[in-house]
Design a protein around this ligand. Structure first.
Ligand SMILES: [Fe+2]
Ligand SMILES: [Fe+2]
Length: 476
């Protein structure tokens, strides 16, 4: 018989567990021959790998972990919607582009948290169905900003900073071994947050240097900080402060803007969708390659209106279907890239991008419209319309050794094909109409809008406006 060594582990706290099983009552039963043999085998092991010093522990049970993650998820989802609600209303070009990107950062944060929550055994239905009236009240107040700098002050400098801090604390406080996937999830989110919040600090400073009153922003930040504190902060676990009063939303509930805004560098037009008509003269012969090339690049820069469209849809279909919200957020970022590509390609073609007039027809029509028809226009007409001509354009650019156009159109083609594919699923969530009825109603609504803008003659029968007319005049 081998000798049995029984070791009673010391109890750090000295407390007993009221009769429940504890380290005090469970002996360690180690067989000495096995213990000694293990020692011998370890001596024969030659490798000294890096030591992993992570320790078991952490502050949270699975339930508490999930409670916190669910609040983070909800904040991220509402930030994606909320930035989308402001896509039309931010005038400054650089800020509108950045917002297009940030909508996706928040959507992707929500996606990562949703996956982790599902692994913590919360059903997707319950994650997606989660609502929090206190958080809604805070977010709606934050969205009631009266200007773009106030929006950034609330979204990034108050809530963004509070979320980043909560994520870092969570990383420090949770168990690094049992809950390692949560730590990885939060670290990945912070990878987007760090440049996003740094940009926002610099952007608010630029607004202040450019003449925006700093005190007004500070008052607004303080107001929102107190409101966030009144709901126990991001986690809901902080000591609650008294809520500030009155709230802007008390007198006027938040509603999104419907008119597309541009900064003072832009010269806009909405009485036509045709650039030569807008310029009142031609640069190149109508069907020449040179004309198609410039039109393509200008259209990309003018996809600043596609950031507005898809961003707005994220808000308008909020809580309908997470995957559709996520896909819309991703398309919004893509459109921000197309706008950047267009801006840079205009520079590379020798233009000052602001000397070329900006087409505002699309956003003017789509802004106040039911999202299903606005989406049908931009996706089924605009994006499908791009695909009709882009293959030819890429081939011609290659034949002519036009490396700039070949390069950018090649990437844009891949994006737009992806948008057309994703659009099918999104449209199904937005409307029950069959394809034919959807197209007909969309044509009617856009024909009416084009007439009201003067882009089509009043006596034109709206039913004679073809989808090709809309593709050309409104586009993506
Ligand atoms: Fe695009
Ligand atoms: Fe697109």
């Amino acid at each position: 018989m081998s000798k049995i060594t029984s070791k009673i582990m010391s109890n750090e706290t000295g407390s007993t567990n009221g009769g429940a099983t504890s380290r005090e009552t469970i002996p360690t039963i180690s067989f000495s021959h096995q213990h000694a043999a293990a020692e011998e085998r370890k001596k024969a092991y030659p490798y000294r790998f890096p030591r992993d010093n992570r320790r078991l522990g952490g502050k949270y049970s699975v339930a508490e972990n999930a409670r916190r993650l669910l609040r983070y998820f909800y904040f991220e989802r509402r930030l994606m919607h909320g930035l989308g609600a402001w896509a039309l209303s931010v005038p400054e070009f650089e800020v509108k582009l950045e917002i297009g990107r940030h909508i996706f950062y928040h959507a992707d944060a929500a996606r990562l948290l949703r996956e982790r929550l599902h692994e913590q055994e919360i059903r997707l239905k319950d994650i997606d169905g989660y609502r929090n009236a206190e958080i809604d009240r805070f977010v709606d107040e934050m969205l009631s900003a009266q200007s773009a700098p106030e929006l950034l002050a609330g979204m990034h400098q108050v809530l963004g900073v509070a979320l980043a801090t909560a994520y870092r604390h969570h990383i420090d406080d949770t168990d690094p071994v049992t809950d390692a996937p949560t730590i990885r999830c939060l670290r990945r989110i912070l990878t987007d947050y760090e440049p996003m919040l740094a940009w926002a600090e610099a952007a608010v400073a630029a607004y202040v240097e450019g003449g925006v009153e700093e005190a007004g922003l500070a008052v607004w930040r303080w107001h929102l900080q107190r409101l966030l504190a009144s709901i126990g902060g991001v986690t809901g676990s902080d000591e609650r402060a008294t809520a500030p009063a009155p709230l802007r939303t008390d007198s006027k509930p938040f509603t999104r803007g419907t008119a597309p805004l541009r900064d003072c560098r832009f010269d806009t037009f909405k009485n036509t969708g045709d650039y030569d008509t807008a310029d009142a003269q031609e640069r190149f012969p109508k069907d020449s390659y040179e004309n198609l090339r410039l039109r393509f690049i200008r259209t990309q820069r003018d996809e600043v209106d596609a950031i507005e469209a898809f961003g707005t849809f994220c808000y308008d279909i909020r809580f309908k279907d997470f995957d559709s919200e996520y896909n819309l957020a991703r398309i919004t970022w893509d459109e921000a890239r197309h706008t950047e590509i267009g801006h840079r390609a205009l520079l590379a073609a020798g233009y000052d991008p602001f000397e070329l007039r900006n087409r505002l027809v699309g956003s003017t029509c789509r802004g106040p419209m039911d999202p299903a028809f606005a989406m049908a226009e931009i996706n089924l007409f605009g994006e499908v319309g791009v695909l009709k001509t882009i293959n030819n354009l890429v081939d011609t650019a290659a034949d002519r050794n036009d490396a700039l156009l070949e390069h950018v159109a090649d990437y844009i083609r891949a994006d737009e094909r992806t948008h057309v594919r994703k659009g099918q699923g999104i449209l199904k969530v937005m409307t029950d109409l069959d394809a034919k009825s959807l197209e007909l109603r969309t044509r009617e609504l856009f024909a009416e809008c084009l007439v009201s803008l003067g882009a089509l003659k009043k006596d034109m029968d709206v039913f004679t406006v073809t989808r090709e007319d809309i593709e050309y005049l409104v586009g993506e």
